[in-house]
Write a protein that binds this ligand. Structure first.
Ligand SMILES: *Cc1c(COP(=O)(O)O)cnc(C)c1O
Length: 390
């Protein structure tokens, strides 16, 4: 049902003409009451599915007690969440914010401080990779005039982009003047491309040799999505900073970074902050999510369901490359994914695009084998119908 009036919303999204009004687990219902299997989870966000009882109870309890205070005061829910996060990550300290982009901004500012405070501005270069996605802020600081906020982080960011997975290019570019290297262990928005085996380890080695900060953006790949708490744990290569968001709040907006102690200590009082960051409500939600993924068997379930989905997709999309890990999977198509997303929806399955020609699946981590089998059957039908037409 399209609203007959012109929208009061800025049209910055090419939205599909459908509105969901309710969700339970991996099922969504639209306005007309039709149900769908949700294999996208609001872009890998609803890690525990919709309406998870423990999550609902914690949010409800916290909303009644105290939803927001401010970072002018101690917030016990932040303390508890940070302890949980560190225990699942590496010895370090946590900064909480509201989104993925903000988590990466915080990491960027720490990297800048590392270059400026520790190396008197001799480490200024920033490295990232072609095809990467790290968020949509315009480097908010570059618009902020007050020197008190700007000067510790100058020069404001100019980033060099290297070919993804190219060892020789990394060896040539990462030298003593590099402050930080940013990478997604699997490029989530750029087509679900895993880093080639050994590449993260190579970056670790180069960053160690040249004193650069290694940042893993695990905003999409983290919090259990690939069958480990963090994707880097598949290869045992640890970053200096990890950035997180998306699944962390199970649907409430929260972002976080975990930074190694020598970096975390650079954020002294007043250098960084946010009004909402880590408010009690968002923290209560994230505590439930981390509590669930740490339960015995949870990650094994993600791995098993991921394998089942991968095999199902390989059959449904015979001849197409299926990439990714755990429950972050991409199917390489021979066309733009839009028509396939629409056909899947007509069959009652919600999936999404990634990059130019990739179909992305990122269902809730609690998805069942029966749901996977059913959604694969429906996707096979959708794809067969499209292939029959073209
Ligand atoms: C989604 C995403 C971001 C940005 O997160 P927002 O919450 O949309 O700002 C950054 N990096 C990666 C890898 C992401 O998937």
């Amino acid at each position: 049902m399209t609203d007959p009036q012109p929208s009061a919303l800025i049209q910055n999204y090419a939205r599909q003409d459908i509105a969901f009004v309710r969700g339970q687990g991996c099922t969504l219902w639209d306005e007309s009451g039709r149900s769908y299997i949700d294999a996208f989870a609001g872009v890998a966000v609803s890690a525990l599915g919709h309406g998870h009882p423990g999550l609902v109870a914690a949010i409800t309890r916290q909303a009644s007690a105290l939803a927001h205070i401010s970072n002018h005061y101690r917030i016990p829910e932040q303390e508890a969440l940070a302890r949980q996060l560190v225990a699942l990550t590496f010895p370090g300290q946590v900064l909480l914010c509201n989104s993925g982009a903000e988590a990466n901004e915080a990491a960027l500012k720490l990297v800048r401080l590392w270059g400026n405070v520790k190396h008197a501005g001799r480490k200024t270069r920033l490295i990232a990779f072609q095809g990467a996605f790290h968020g949509r802020t315009l480097g908010a600081l570059s618009l902020t005039a007050n020197p008190k906020y700007r000067e510790p982080f100058a020069p404001l960011p100019v980033v060099e982009f290297l070919p993804f997975g190219d060892v020789a290019a990394a060896e040539a570019a990462i030298r003593d003047d590099v402050a930080g290297v940013f990478i997604e262990p699997i490029q989530g928005e750029g087509g679900v491309h895993p880093t080639p085996p050994g590449f993260l380890g190579k970056l670790r080695e180069l960053c160690d040799r040249h004193g650069a900060v290694l940042v893993f953006d695990e905003i999409q790949t983290g919090v259990g999505r690939t069958g480990k708490t963090w994707c880097w744990q598949h290869e045992g290569v640890q970053p200096d900073i990890v950035t997180s968001a998306k699944g962390l709040g199970g649907g409430l907006p929260i972002g976080a970074i975990v930074a190694a102690p020598h970096l975390a200590a650079l954020f002294t009082p007043g250098l960084h902050g946010t009004t909402f960051g880590g408010n009690p409500l968002a923290c209560a939600a994230a505590q439930v999510v981390l509590g669930e993924i740490a339960k015995p068997g949870f990650l094994a379930h993600v791995t098993a369901m991921g394998e089942r989905l991968r095999q199902g997709l390989a059959t449904a999309f015979t001849g197409c490359d299926v990439r990714g890990k755990g429950l972050l999977l991409g199917v390489q198509l021979d066309r733009e994914p839009g028509s396939v997303v629409a056909a899947a929806r007509a069959e009652g399955v919600i999936v999404g695009p990634s990059g130019a020609n990739t179909l992305r699946l990122a269902p809730a981590l609690i998805i069942t084998a029966a749901e996977i089998d059913e959604l694969v059957k429906r996707l096979a039908r959708a794809w067969a119908a499209i292939r029959a037409k073209t």
